[in-house]
Structure formats: structure tokens, C-alpha cells
Design a protein around this ligand. Sequence first.
Ligand code: NAD
Length: 460
Amino acid sequence: MTNQYTGLYNSELPPEGQRQALRDGAVPVTVYGLGKMGLPLAAVYAKTTGNVVGVDIDADVVRMVNDGECHVAKEPGLPELVAEQAGRGALRATTDSVAAAKEGAIHVIIVPTPLTDDHEPDLAAFVAVLDSIAAGLAPGDMVVVECTVPPKTSSELVVPHLEAKSGISRTEFGVAFCPERTSSGRALQDITGSHPKIVGGVDTESTRVASLVYGEITSNEVIAVSDATTAESVKLFEGLYRDVNIALANELARIRDDLGIDVTEAIHAANTQPYCDIHAPGPGVGGHCIPWYPYFITSRVTTDTPLILTAREVNDSMPAFTADTLRTELSHAGRDIETATVAVLGVTYRPGVAETRATPAAGVIDRLTEHGATVLAVDPMLDDDVVASFGATPVSLADLSAHDLDAAVVVTPHEEFDDIDWAAFDDLVVIDGRGTLGDIGHRVYTIGAGPRNTEVRHHD
Ligand SMILES: NC(=O)c1ccc[n+]([C@@H]2O[C@H](COP(=O)([O-])OP(=O)(O)OC[C@H]3O[C@@H](n4cnc5c(N)ncnc54)[C@H](O)[C@@H]3O)[C@@H](O)[C@H]2O)c1
């Protein structure tokens, strides 16, 4: 691709000329991070602009993208789109982030922003990308932050960092936060239009450029909020709302035995009122969004946030509650957890996704082990060594019935579990973490709904 640099920040072209330049590939785009979300985003940018360089520190990822291959699994349409865009030269990849930064007029950042064990946002990868961008920044460039960051990151970290390291005045480049509001498994449809796109710049020109760019990317509405901090907060509030709401559902599930009702039935009925939208209870909240983002806020404010922290506590307590409920149910069935062999079904945090970050299965396995149980675990999405790293003995789904189980805990209901032949087991006690089991002919306690089939007892 020839160097046809056209920066959009402070551009003197009329808006339609800017849009045309973007569509013509005259505004080179660099996307930093080609992971589960970065690769779909880079591919959509490539389809829209015809001129994208993707940067990743993983040489295998870079090689695959350059070969037109897709390393992200279970993302409908993505392999075809990557092959098509790489094939026509619209999507290239490199590990050389500084060279890519020199090429780019729009810099899109979508690298991991995890949480440390001390509940602090870890911005190391993010800052490494900023350093590369600073080394290649030019007046007129636009920096778009898509990965989730704590409030004020764009205005108080990105802008001063880039200004200091590049020597270019903050009045000559733009910065906007434009959150990724995408779910794994539906990335392309989400990026191109499932939800309105939120954009918020550090100044009005940044907001204008971000709105113009995403007007080309999405078929949905672009909502320009007042500033970058507002946009950063929007993304965090979405996760926070779900965390607090799930905590409410989980607390209701915990009082279910006192009430003696099926709490999930009550929730469903309550939700028929339009202002009520209580989420589903479960064995805990996992992944790298909902359990982490509350701390992105609490770590950055001085005001007390008791509700946010209590919601975290309630959700973090659910794996232990799940294991303790099994102990109680075993005891009701006249058995002791210390001598029980228990299969944990599902180690990933979500069905159908090979992702274990912050998975509640870890806490369930730990607590069962503390109680003295022998813990096996099954996960069709994961290799045995990954399952074993959680402290359980890995077992394949095909071999499950060969084990003399006393109990099972469904933490994450992968669709493969629909094929389990429950009749092959004798006298099981089962905890149904997500309410997905029908009548399986064993004693089952569903989180929220409570016990059923309590009369099922075969032999001692
Ligand atoms: N996965 C989701 O469902 C989701 C949804 C919404 C938002 N997000 C946001 O997007 C971010 C990225 O998520 P993901 O699922 O794509 O992560 P991921 O772990 O799948 O991919 C991250 C990629 O970034 C690369 N990388 C790491 N450091 C780098 C660096 N310094 N320079 C260039 N590349 C680097 C990694 O090699 C990897 O390929 C998350 O941290 C989150 O803030 C993710």
C-alpha cells in the first residue's frame, strides 16, 4: 500500500471528503491487538477502509493473519472475512508496532486490560501500545481506545503520555474512547450494528472524528456523549449493572431455602412487570468483564462505594455457596462429602467459550477439595492440563460414566452436556448451577429453584 496519509483530526476536507478518504484507504488504520475482539474489529475496519495494519506481540497470530487464517474460534463469518481482507491486501499484520504506528493515521487500541490480584487495573500492555503510538504519531492522527479502561484514562493518561513522548501538542492529535460492546460468538454482527456505538472524545474535534469514523463502521446509531470519561463510564456502568443485578438474584437464591419457594419462578413472574428485570442466579460470575470492571471504578474514586463492593462479595461467595449446598444435599441423602467423588461439569466461565478467566469453577473446585471430596472435572472446550491446573482430575465426557460418582455440579452448561446419559449413574446428588437440567432421575438442587426428586434414594 502506498503512503497516502490523510489525518482526520483538524482535517480541512469537508465531511463527505473525509468519509470518502476513509472508504478509499487514504486514512491508514492501525489496530493494536488481534485477539478475540481485536481481529474481528480489524477485519471490519479492513472491509470498510481497505487499508489496515494489525499489530500483535504474538508472532503466530501475525503469521496466521498474513496467511489469511483466523486464530479465533467460534466466531461466525470471521474466518471468511479475514481470508477475504488479507487476500485483497486490505488487512496485513506485523509485530513491529512502531513501524505500524508510523503508517497509521487512525490508531485503534484493543489489547487486554486485566485486573491484578490486588484489584488494580493492569494497564501495562495498554501503556506499551501508547509508547509505540507516540513513536509514530503525526499531527492529524486520531487515537481510538476500544478496550475497557478506568474512568479518566483517555484524558489523564493517554493524552499527556502521547504528548510528552511524541513531542506533538495535544491540540494536533485526537483521542476518543469508543467502547467495544461486543460478545464472543457474535463479534461481527455486534461491531457492525447490534447496538448503538458510543463515542466520547477528549475534545469536540476528537468526538467529531470518532463519530465520523464509526458512522462508516456501524449501521446502527452513533451516540456521541459529552466526553471521553463519560464514554469510559458507559462501558463500566453496563458491566456494573449486570454485576449488581446478578448479586441481587444470587442473594435471592441464597434466601430460597428460608422462603421455601422456587425463587427463579418468582423472578420470572416479577419480570413480567416492565420495570423489573432481575437476572438469573448461578454459581458465580466469571470472565474478564463483569467481575473486573467494578474495580476499575472503585480503584479510581475516593467516595465509598458500598453497593458495588457488596455486589462483588455476594457474587464471589457463590462458588462456596454452591459447594456448601452440595455438602448439605449429600448430608440430606445420608452421605458424607469427605468420602464423595464429585464431577464438576464445565470449567470455563461461559458455555461454548474456551475462556477460564475468573471462572467460578475455580472456587467450586477449591471448596469441594477443602471439604475433602475427590474432585473430577469435565470440560469439552479445554485441554486436560488446563482443567488439571484448577486442582481437579480431568475426565473426558466419554469416560464420565466409567467413574463411580456420588455427585455432580453443573457450573457451566456446555451444550455437549445435553448428551450425558444420567441413567448410567446410580444414586447421584446433583447441583444444577444454571437451571438447565430437566428431570434426570437423580436428586437435584437447582440454585434458586431448590431441591427436587428428594425422594430418589437407591441404596446406601
Ligand atoms: N472478549 C470480549 O468479550 C470483550 C468484550 C468487550 C470488550 N473487550 C475488551 O477488549 C479487550 C481485548 O479483549 P480480547 O478478548 O480481544 O483479548 P484477547 O486476550 O483475546 O486478545 C488480546 C490480544 O492482544 C495481544 N496483545 C497483548 N499485548 C499487546 C501489545 N502490547 N501490543 C499488541 N498486541 C498485544 C495479545 O497477544 C492478544 O492477541 C479486553 O481487555 C476488553 O477490554 C473484550
